[in-house]
Design a protein around this ligand. Structure first.
Ligand code: HDE
Length: 728
């Protein structure tokens, strides 16, 4: 029989009126060892018998009930019907956006007491470990699409705080395409596969997307992020996260301040290159999901620091941009990011559907001490998320184990599809005498939510504030802040996308209404790669359809704006979790193999010996070495770096098409390469012997070469190599 695990066996507390059994059990604190719901865990121990859903033992689950051995199946076969009907209903609608995702459990802990800023316990008690569930996602693709699409990544965090659930539903980019929620369905319709033929999957490189953005100049800044390497992260552990909107923090004295939320990955920001991304999409479309799962399984927990940018309410208007405009960042150089706590992801879900699919985030899930701003995109989201969860997961989505708060839920909401609580008593209304006035309001309690007392006045208008009209300054700032190789990648990304666009008018408008307004250098680079002429638009032959959001004049000095914090051009501090291919075979140099493996393992990197076939190979000392992957199963794109080992295997590698392709491709993608001893032969075959350690290509034999290789790995990529040689 299916066995309920520990929670079910635990002694129950006495119930209080209006509480269900599961609500009582969930009230027990779980901070030390956060588990989402012991009650709901269902495991089958070995030897236990199968039953149907009504508990009846099943004699035979492999043959349906038939009239005669070769006869028709009988309607009365209730087991067959129950099993098949359940199967027929096994799916819920996939999310309209962010359908493809992966998630993990963990905890958040503040570094210090921030009660001067907020009364949110999660931020003002450094002794607390608040359980969290974090779901990462792509936006445009369906649930089965590739992880490596060029796209924004969702970074949604559910904090199960003692004062209720707080969802920080963010992205890995700090701005968004549009300024007003009313445009969101249009944006999503434009970027999703085109409706007549449902192509292309998980890609913005098609006509409808570029048609829409060419008429939506407010998207210029976000386009820069999406065309940059931020849109193709190496892993979820190596990307930033942002709350995007301006929110508010409120302290116990009722003082409010504006805040922007940031997640800073402890491993630094790392990306792949576009050619690599497209290939990983074929070789391992689960690349990010797998990386998250495996790193948690081996104890290499993804970690992020929570950063806050705080702006006093009196300073609301001191910037060149509007704090309520979600297409703008507050440059870190203007308001530093204060790091206030750490998020650690340390447990994989037990069940993808019950947790990762059914988790229901909502920007409106906030706790006392955290409040909204009037950002019109955020205001629209406050409506959309509850609506989408009701449709997708059902009216009782909040009762599901993954969504329930850890503190008790007590209210008069009842019934509805999929209700799991058995509410007791006859009182389900307020005010009441029959229930002793319970559950009651808490007008005085500090832990009761109190909305900000914000003074609002103005006429009812369907207009945008003129303070939202500068669409290009920060796009230009992003471009100005990039290193040469980052600029190259951005220009190549625009060119790739526009070369997929068939409509000449759309291509022309992107160039002449967006790119030329961002940076001449960008427009020129893209023009060369696409053949799109830089020419004024709006003449009679080529009229500009009236853009719904006209942009204002470029601010004086905008062309010079720079924010160095936006660049990824910084070496990392760790190579932990980096995958390193060790190319070898029969007779591989035993000393080199051991030395390089030991050095990598000591840094937490993941060396894998690759040989022509799976199984084992004898090293130069005659010892059998386990082959971690056979060459056909080991594409270079899933590794961060490569070592060509010496020994008798070195000559054989020069005859292997797979090995030659491996090294050439790794070189082209800017990866660190070491050729130890005779391993040099393969570099010669690939005509790469001119490459130097400065290019991340290390040759030699011994501790010095290995140390230089580890140093090169901190760089992660040598992208300039691609600029000066073959483009990546
Ligand atoms: Fe979302 N968004 N969004 N979004 N969003 C959804 O909710 C929506 C926006 C984000 O892992 C949906 O449960 C509107 C910005 C993430 O489950 C839906 C607008 C940001 C996730 C929805 C936005 C996000 C979603 C679809 C414009 C970054 C995945 C399924 C006003 C700050 C959460 C669902 C998960 C999901 C609506 C814009 C982030 C339909 C109307 C800006 C990370 O409710």
């Amino acid at each position: 029989m299916a066995k309920k695990s520990s929670g079910a066996a635990a002694p129950r507390k006495a119930r209080t009126s209006g509480q269900s059994s599961s609500q009582v059990d969930r009230a027990q604190p779980r901070y030390k060892n956060p588990k989402i719901d012991d009650m709901a865990r269902d495991t089958v121990d070995p030897g236990e018998a199968m039953t149907g859903n009504q508990g009846v033992r099943i004699r035979d689950d492999q043959n349906s009930l038939k009239a005669g051995l070769r006869g028709p199946t009988l309607m009365e076969d209730f087991h067959l019907r129950e099993k098949i009907t359940h199967f027929d209903h096994e799916r819920i609608p996939e999310r309209i956006v962010h359908a493809r995702g992966a998630a993990a459990h963990g905890f958040f802990q503040a570094y210090e007491d921030l009660s001067d800023l907020t009364m949110a316990g999660v931020l003002n008690d450094p002794k607390r470990q608040t359980p969290v569930f974090v779901r990462f996602s792509t936006v445009a693709g369906s649930r089965g699409s590739t992880d490596l699409a060029r796209d924004v990544r969702g970074f949604a965090v559910k904090f199960y705080t003692e004062e209720g659930v707080w969802d920080l539903v963010g992205n890995n980019m700090p701005v968004f395409f549009i300024q007003d929620a009313v445009k969101f369905p249009d944006l999503v319709h434009a970027v999703k596969p085109e409706p007549h033929n449902e192509m292309p999957q998980a890609a913005s490189a098609h006509d409808t997307f570029w048609d829409f953005v060419s008429l939506t100049p407010e998207s210029a800044h976000m386009l820069m992020w999406v065309m940059s390497d931020r849109a193709i992260p190496r892993s979820y552990a190596t990307m930033e996260g942002f709350g995007v909107h301006t929110f508010r923090l409120i302290n116990a004295r009722g003082k409010a301040r504006f805040v922007k939320f940031h997640w800073k990955p402890v491993k630094g920001i790392k990306s792949v290159v576009w050619d690599e991304a497209t290939k990983i999409s074929g070789k391992d479309p689960d690349f990010h999901r797998r990386d998250l799962w495996e790193s948690i399984e081996r104890g290499d927990y993804p970690e992020y620091e929570l950063g806050l940018q705080i702006v006093e309410e009196k300073d609301e208007f001191k910037f060149d941009f509007d704090l309520l405009d979600p297409t703008k960042i507050i440059p870190e150089e203007l308001v530093p990011v204060r790091r206030v706590g750490r998020l650690t992801l340390n447990r994989n879900p037990d069940n993808f559907f019950a947790e990762t699919e059914q988790v229901a985030f909502h920007t409106g899930h906030v706790v006392p001490g955290i409040d909204f701003s009037n950002d019109p995109l955020l205001q629209g989201r406050l409506f959309s998320y509850i609506d989408t969860q009701l449709r997708r997961v059902g009216p009782n989505f909040a009762e599901l184990p993954i969504n329930r708060p850890i503190n008790p839920v007590r209210n008069n909401q009842r019934d509805g599809m999929g209700r799991t609580t058995i509410n007791q008593g006859r009182v389900s209304y307020f005010p009441n005498r029959l229930g002793g006035g319970c559950p009651m309001h808490s007008p005085e309690a500090a832990e009761a939510f109190l909305s900000r007392a914000e003074k609002i006045e103005g006429a009812i208008v369907r207009q945008r504030s003129p303070s939202f009209s500068d669409h290009f300054s920060q796009a230009t700032q992003f471009w100005n802040s990039m290193a040469d190789w980052e600029k190259q990648h951005i220009a190549e990304a625009f060119a790739f996308e526009l070369n997929q666009v068939e409509n000449e008018e759309v291509r022309h408008h992107v160039m002449n209404e967006l790119l030329v307004n961002i940076a001449d250098e960008l427009a020129e680079k893209v023009s060369v790669q696409t053949g799109i002429a830089i020419a004024p638009v709006g003449n009679a032959k080529n009229p500009t359809p009236s853009a719904p959001t006209p942009s204002g004049p470029l601010k004086p000095g905008a062309k010079k704006l720079v924010s160095p914090a936006l660049s990824q051009d910084r070496p990392g501090t760790t190579i932990k979790g980096c995958k390193v291919a060790l190319l070898g075979g029969e007779g591989v140099d035993a000393r080199q193999l051991k030395a390089v493996k030991d050095a990598l393992l000591a840094e937490g990197a993941l060396p894998e010996l690759i040989a022509a076939q799976a199984g084992t190979v004898a090293d130069s000392a005659g010892k059998q070495q386990k082959v971690n992957r056979a060459a056909p199963n080991a594409p270079s794109v899933v590794y961060d770096a490569v070592v060509i080992l010496g020994g008798a295997s070195a000559a054989a590698l020069t005859q292997s098409g797979l090995a030659i392709h491996f090294v050439n491709e790794a070189y082209r993608h800017g990866k660190p390469i070491a050729a130890l001893g005779d391993g040099l032969q393969l570099l010669e075959t690939c005509s790469l012997t001119d490459a130097t350690a400065e290019d991340g290509v290390i040759t030699g034999d011994g501790a010095e070469a290995i140390a230089a290789f580890l140093e090169a790995m901190l760089q992660h990529r040598f992208p300039r190599r691609a600029i000066e040689g073959v483009p990546a």
